[in-house]
Design a protein around this ligand. Structure first.
Ligand SMILES: C[S@@+](CC[C@H](N)C(=O)[O-])C[C@H]1O[C@@H](n2cnc3c(N)ncnc32)[C@H](O)[C@@H]1O
Length: 200
């Protein structure tokens, strides 16, 4: 087995063993250890949350008093202590839908959004970046001053646009590629801290 596949297999086995719904959980576990994105008692929204691995990690780090809301276009099996909405983030009323489910402003926005992969790289890249820009726009309407965010990005010609836009509203923006993310995959994560505006 190639090293890459062995690693993928290792995280899948670990997720099964530790009760996480996705191997992606290990990406957020790693990112949170390094950047301290989610803190105890935080209110968090996870955009593009199915099947729910990041929701489990969010609950773990925010603790019993933390509030976690998941949002996905696809259904998600219920998780104890976590609210889930099935909705399209491109719906024009999405911010209102979020506000109806959670009190804003919130502490953390997570986005691991990925479109259905067509296999045509430039198309998938453009679509993923476009979805991520929607997630960033939603963030600017619900985050509290000083809040944090994580956005997955498919690397390509347009990935810098997200970084530039995020830099306008966060004090610090860095990129990170967790070990749990396959080296061959072109995804990376934007770690944003210190949201710099006040929302109502
Ligand atoms: C890589 S998965 C997320 C995995 C998740 N972080 C976990 O650990 O379980 C990406 C998700 O983005 C969702 N998604 C894609 N387009 C969406 C849209 N327009 N609105 C809401 N969710 C969307 C997909 O349905 C998919 O579940």
């Amino acid at each position: 087995m190639k090293v890459e596949n062995a690693l993928k297999d290792q995280y899948r086995k670990l997720a099964k063993h530790e009760g996480y719904r996705s191997r992606s959980s290990y990406k957020l576990l790693e990112l949170n250890k390094k950047y301290d994105i989610i803190k105890n008692d935080d209110t968090i929204i996870d955009i593009g949350c199915a099947p729910g691995g990041w929701l489990q990690v969010s609950k773990k780090y925010s603790g019993p008093n933390g509030k976690v809301l998941g949002l996905d276009i696809n259904p998600v099996e219920p998780l104890i202590g976590i609210k889930i909405i099935q909705a399209d983030i491109e719906d024009v009323n999405i911010v209102q839908t979020i506000k109806n489910s959670i009190r804003i402003p919130i502490d953390v926005v997570l986005s691991d959004l990925a479109p259905k992969i067509s296999g045509i790289w430039h198309f998938d890249h453009e679509r993923q970046v476009s979805l991520t820009l929607v997630a960033l726009n939603i963030s600017t309407q619900i985050l509290k001053r000083g809040g944090n965010a994580v956005f997955k990005i498919f690397e390509g010609d347009n990935s810098n646009i997200v970084k530039q836009e995020a830099s306008k509203v966060f004090l610090k923006v860095t990129t990170s590629k967790p070990k749990a993310s396959r080296q061959k995959s072109s995804e990376f994560y934007l770690i944003c801290s210190g949201f710099s505006a006040d929302v109502q």
